[in-house]
Write a protein of this length. Sequence first.
Length: 427
Amino acid sequence: MIILHQLWNQRRANGWIFVELLVVAFFLWIVVDPIYVITANQSIPKGYEEANAYMLLINHYNDTHGKFDAAQDAPEAMKENILRIFRTVKSLPETEAAALLSDHSSFPNAPGYNGGQYFHDTVYVHSQTYSFAQVEGSDLLATYRLRDYRTGEVMQLPADCGARGGVFITEEMARTLFGTADARGLQVRYGDSTFHEVRGVLQAYKARNDAQPTPLLIRVSADTPSSGLLQWRATIALRVKPDVDAAAFERRFRQEVAPQLNVGNFYFTSLRTLKEIREEWENTSGTSNALRLHYALAGFALLCVFLGMTGTFWIRCNTRRQDMGLMKAMGASRGAIVRQFLAEAWWLVTTAFLLSLIPTLNRVYASGFANATANGDPAYWQNQPLAHCATVTLLVYLIMLFIAALGTYIPVRRASRTLPAEALRDE
């Protein structure tokens, strides 16, 4: 009751602070919400291991190039040449796993996209599609270290998977199509008549680092990529052993291995890490700049709020030095004075914050935030309207409490050291 009495006695000064806190609470919610979503999305596991993984690009001379050899342009010769290149890469002492990809977009953060609609009865999922050839020990699952959704271990590739036209799908895709993640042995249909047996279910997979996981289907072929595809470019995914020095390997590869990859009309183009590919995508797509702008604006807004609230509470405490002097003269300890002012700050912040929820929640509802069907996979908190709203609301409340406590504690602690006579004389 003493706290409420003090707040009422200072109602004119507290009124301005109260209005400021209302505006700050509403503004902070708008600032904190996108930062929470971005951070939450980036914290979701990628579903693959980026470290020690490389993409090897092999280009092909066309018939207008001086080094073009027509004899090596026959489909069988092209397939044999690309297999020779793959065997060279696979047999390197640093290689842990490698995969011969069947298209040019079957890797994370690829500039292109390959996908389609896959059906089970009348249910369908639009899924991104990766594909690779199961030849000469080619294994995309081991190269990316994609994991079984049940065991968490790297998914094993059955020896007959390519021959049987098997596929692997992510857990989200399995649940959508079959109503359960235990989809091994079931079949998905592509188009009107092409059926594929599900040979395994993978953990959630993120094709883009800043996005949430999306459905992925991996097709396994028993044949090498088509000659039409090879005439454009061949792509090999490569994983080196954990104890390999990356700089030394890349240097040796370019100096010693790359010349061996110039076979027939194929020639070595580049060796790049998955990290480099991700960073290039983020830069060229504008993702990095958008994230920097988001964080910069949020940081600037938080700094303004911090300075404004801290200054307001600081001034409020300094103008009440006389009250502190009277409290000390009546026997109040320094700790009691600090607790009294902190409690007043808590009352102001909490009351203003609760009232600010009325316009805040109205804005949230009007923006479609509460539409659960449009929010994505509910397995993630940021896609659950109630959990999302509660988390952001709690973060905003804690930020406001921290700033108010800081702006109250320091000046009150300093002023409470002053003798009662000096405080009253200054007033």
